[in-house]
Design a protein around this ligand. Structure first.
Ligand SMILES: Cc1ncc(COP(=O)(O)O)c(C=O)c1O
Length: 382
């Protein structure tokens, strides 16, 4: 009954765990969920109020497939403020979360057999979305968690079409070095490739010096880069489902055609909420980033003597190496299951992200919960 296309992909492991946790909680288990890739803070009131007002004002009907003009204009202005590159609002296309943005891009760009380079560790949906478009994921190991530029160059073939770059990275939290991003851009130009730059965590960078966008490079690089961003993490709006791309006009038009048959516009009144988010960015985003920075520092402190971990320069994930526990556990998935069963702390095994030997914990929980989670893990592991 089910198509080969769907049989060939895996369900999202991170989404799948949510229903297991719901069941455990119903059974009365005390769960500390460090598996969740979304801020635990509520959506800001100004955003909720603007969304409710948009509904009262009857912005409840179809809108333009590519997004309401006010939102696309504000996104274009923000992009210019951040990167110094002026773009037309017509280069912006709004979709149902950047998950759909990525899906759209692969559907619009890949022919059967086209290869897409994906550095490991990677966000769970990249390979599956590539496969759904008939593409072939080509994984490149990044043992030091940085962008593996030399190994990427070695893997380029005649069939290579895209390279996915996700910085700050989910799951590692690593912000790729500017110098490596520049080398990668040069590779894309040399080999006539495109870069999909997934910037879902662009606002969550803890050291300002590390901020860098491909858009700051020359026109040749910009032409080859598809910038993918999202309101989900930056503005605590995961349920609004607003993601967008900024790209070359030809690609935006092709994706507009695709989206017109797929979802049409995304929720009209939610887009008005997104406009309010951008208008209030300076009061919304810095406190959230500060909160996450303090939690990151706390987790690093609590990890001492328990986990060997790279300092995450961005996002809200800790990705400790746990191979020193592998005399007790056969792999990271087994270790994550053990921790959930014995301590109620939910994390994810690195294999879900293509990198065995690690666990991923999201520090999207209160300081009290984080302290308690690490206390419990210390108790059963040491
Ligand atoms: C790297 C990365 N890209 C994209 C997304 C998708 O986010 P959304 O669809 O909510 O915009 C996520 C969500 O976890 C992510 O971690």
């Amino acid at each position: 009954m089910i198509s080969d296309r769907i049989l060939g992909v895996e369900g999202s492991k991170s989404v799948g765990l949510a229903s297991v946790l719901m069941k455990l909680r119903k059974e009365g288990r005390d769960i500390i969920a460090l598996n969740v890739g979304e801020p635990d803070r509520p959506t800001p009131d100004v955003v909720k109020e603007a969304t409710a007002k948009a509904m009262r004002d009857n912005h409840t009907r179809y809108s333009l497939v590519e997004g309401i003009p006010e939102l696309r204009e504000k996104i274009a202005q923000r992009f210019e403020r951040q990167t110094g590159r002026s773009i037309s609002p017509s280069q912006v296309l709004v979709s149902n979360g950047s998950k759909q943005t990525l899906y759209n891009i692969f559907q619009a760009m890949l022919n059967p057999g086209d290869e897409v380079i994906i550095p490991r560790p990677y966000w769970v949906s990249f390979p599956e979305a590539v496969k759904l478009a008939g593409g072939v994921p080509v994984f490149i190991d990044a043992p030091d968690l940085q962008l593996p530029v030399n190994a990427i160059e070695a893997a380029i073939t005649k069939k290579t079409k895209l390279i996915i770059v996700n910085s700050p990275n989910n799951p590692s939290g690593v912000v790729y070095k500017k110098s490596d991003m520049k080398k990668l851009a040069a590779l894309a130009v040399k080999h006539n490739l495109h870069i999909v730059s997934d910037e879902a965590y662009e606002a969550l960078i803890y050291d300002e010096a590390e901020k860098f966008s491909f858009a700051e490079m020359d026109d040749e690089v910009f032409k080859r880069t598809i910038h993918v961003q999202s309101f989900s993490k930056t503005f605590m709006m995961t349920g609004f489902r607003i993601g967008f791309m900024i790209a070359d006009q030809t690609l935006v038009s092709a994706i507009n055609k695709l989206q017109s048959h797929l979802t049409g516009n995304n929720c009209t009144f939610a887009q008005y909420g997104a406009v309010a988010a951008l208008e209030n960015e300076t009061s919304i985003v810095p406190p959230m980033v500060e909160l996450m920075r303090s939690r990151r520092d706390l987790c690093l402190e609590l990890s001492k003597g328990l986990f060997e971990v790279e300092t995450p320069g961005g996002a809200f994930y800790l990705f400790p190496k746990v191979t020193n526990y592998f005399e007790r556990f056969k792999d990271s998935a087994e270790m994550a299951t053990f921790l959930l069963e014995k301590t109620g702390v939910a994390g994810l095994g690195g294999s879900a992200f293509g990198m065995e030997g690690h666990l991923r914990f999201a520090f999207t929980a209160s300081e009290t919960d984080l302290r308690e989670a690490f206390r419990r893990m210390r108790e059963v592991l040491l």
